[in-house]
Structure formats: structure tokens, C-alpha cells
Design a binder for this molecule. Structure first.
Ligand code: ZN
Length: 299
């Protein structure tokens, strides 16, 4: 039996980069790098992959954003207006390609995570992956691939205010968009303590559940996913998924739910994978190394 191709996966995050080398679904090496300035960070990524055991066949990059994902754009594969100092305009695709010397596929961390969660959960239709942490991101997978051209910015939509919530919001662009009202920094500023220090019965979580349920309802009515995976550090608070499900049902008020969304317990769920973004990056690499065969010509 011949060994399969050597694949590289990179999850590029604002606080950490995860790198992995995988062959035949076995992780050969893996490293966590604290995100510094671009030059120092990519030097560490290069040092990790320099130890590889043979030529890399393909790499996948699942990145924080926003990223230019239009293959026809001159800025394809570059970060655009990220608030992370020093990272706007960084050519992720070019930098990783230079390091691994192989074709590279790039997508958002949340699109990649959506693909990985769809694979892990056996969802062949449409799945939305939401991360709630230092920001809020939304990715969508359909039939095991990122929804083409969909660099959704679902974290920055407007949502109805929670009752009696007068908090101004923290988004530097929009103030009280969803991210400005419900990401980790918003919770910390509104309640005066970091999100992880808020007890599970703190009133903060009813407010948080309202905003995340409003997002889930918008996703439901706009794209009809079969499942919404709610992940990220803030969403890991015990009991939050139950609160979001209950609020989702209340906001939907029974209108136009389908067989998936009518059963919130199986519809709005926590992630199955510990590192969905890194798994997704690997699936991007896998698809590049082994592209689907073209449809046979008609007889
Ligand atoms: Zn915003």
C-alpha cells in the first residue's frame, strides 16, 4: 500500500496559529504559535513546516478575516480591513504557498469549521457555523464545501434589541451591531467583568441568548440550514444553548419553521470537534490534493 499525500493545515487566528501535518488522516506533527506581527508569526510557521517529512502535496488555510475570497480579485487570499494591528493587507495565500511550496486553498475559519462540522455530523445539506468569542463570525457549508463566494459577515448584522438593553455596543464600525452587542468584549464592557467570570445564572446570559437567537432566526429565514452549530469561547457557557433554543422558539413564534428548525434541541447545537477550524483547513487541503473527478461526458 502506498502512503497518501502529505497535507498541511493552518488555522490562522488573531490570538493563535495552529499548524498540522497530516498523512492518511494521521496527524504527524502539530504546533500552536502565539500570533505576533506577521513576519514573526510566519517565521514560526515556516520553522514548523521546515521539519516536514517529504514534499507537501497541498495546504489549507482557515483564517480570521475579513479575507478577499474572490479568485478574480488582485487581492485574492489577502486579509482586508482587519482591526488586528499590522495584519491588514497581509497576503496569507502567498505567504503559506511560499512556505509549503505547494498549492494552497484559503477560506475563512468559520467556513472551514462549517465544512468540518458538516462532515463530522453527517450533514450533506446546508450547515451554518457560528463562533462567538472576541468577535462573532458565521460560516456556511453546503454539500461538504464552503458555500461558494460566501464570505458572510453575519456577525455584523443588525438585530432587535433585547428588552431594556441600552448598551451602546463596541463595534468600531457599527456600534450596536450583533458583534458590538454580544461578542466577548461587549459582555465584558456591559457587565464589568470578563464573560468567563459571569456565573451561569447571571442576567447577562438571558440578554446574550436573545442576541444569538435573533441571529439563528435570521439564518433560518435567509438560508434554511439543516443545523446551526454555535461554538467559540463565549458560547461554551454551560446552559447557553438551552437558553438560545428557548429564545429562538419564542422569537420565531411558530412561523414557517421546517422539520429541522422546529426541533431546536437538534438544530442549535454545540460543536462536535475541538478544533473545527483546523479540521476544516485539512479538508480544504484534501480537496486540493484529491479534486472531485469531473462528471462523465453525456453518452
Ligand atoms: Zn459591526
Amino acid at each position: 500500500m502506498t502512503a497518501g499525500p502529505l497535507l498541511a493545515a493552518v488555522e490562522a487566528g488573531g490570538t493563535k496559529f495552529l499548524c498540522a501535518l497530516v498523512r492518511d488522516t494521521v496527524t504527524i506533527a502539530r504546533m500552536r504559535i502565539v500570533t505576533a506581527d506577521p513576519d514573526a508569526t510566519f517565521a514560526a510557521v515556516a520553522a514548523f513546516f521546515a521539519d516536514r517529512l517529504g514534499p507537501i502535496a497541498a495546504a489549507g488555510v482557515a483564517s480570521f478575516g475579513p479575507i478577499d475570497l474572490d479568485p478574480a480579485s488582485p487581492g485574492y487570499g489577502r486579509l482586508t480591513t482587519t482591526p488586528k494591528p499590522g495584519w491588514s493587507g497581509v497576503d496569507l495565500l502567498g505567504r503559506v504557498r511560499a512556505i509549503v511550496g505547494a498549492p494552497v486553498a484559503v477560506d475563512t475559519d468559520v467556513n472551514a469549521a462549517a465544512v468540518a462540522e458538516a462532515r463530522a455530523g453527517g450533514i450533506d445539506g446546508r450547515l451554518a457555523y457560528v463562533t462567538v468569542g472576541t468577535g462573532i463570525g458565521v460560516g456556511v457549508a453546503e454539500r461538504g464545501r464552503p458555500l461558494p463566494g460566501a464570505h458572510a459577515e453575519g456577525g455584523h448584522i443588525r438585530v432587535p434589541r433585547a428588552p431594556d438593553d441600552a448598551f451602546a455596543g463596541t463595534c468600531p464600525w457599527h456600534g450596536d451591531c450583533l458583534e458590538g452587542l454580544a461578542a466577548g468584549p461587549a459582555l465584558a464592557m456591559r457587565w464589568g467583568v470578563p464573560a468567563e467570570a459571569l456565573a451561569a445564572d447571571h442576567p447577562a446570559w438571558a440578554v446574550e441568548a436573545h442576541y444569538l437567537a435573533a441571529l439563528c432566526l435570521s439564518l433560518t429565514y435567509l438560508i434554511r440550514p439543516e443545523r446551526i452549530v454555535l461554538g467559540g469561547g463565549v458560547a461554551a457557557m454551560p446552559g447557553l444553548h438551552d437558553r438560545v433554543r428557548a429564545r429562538f422558539a419564542a422569537l420565531a413564534a411558530g412561523y414557517a419553521l421546517d422539520r429541522h428548525s422546529a426541533r431546536p434541541a437538534a438544530y442549535i447545537v454545540p460543536p462536535r470537534l475541538a478544533d473545527a477550524g483546523l479540521h476544516g483547513a485539512l479538508l480544504l487541503a484534501e480537496a486540493l490534493a484529491d479534486p472531485p473527478s469531473p462528471a462523465p461526458p453525456p453518452c
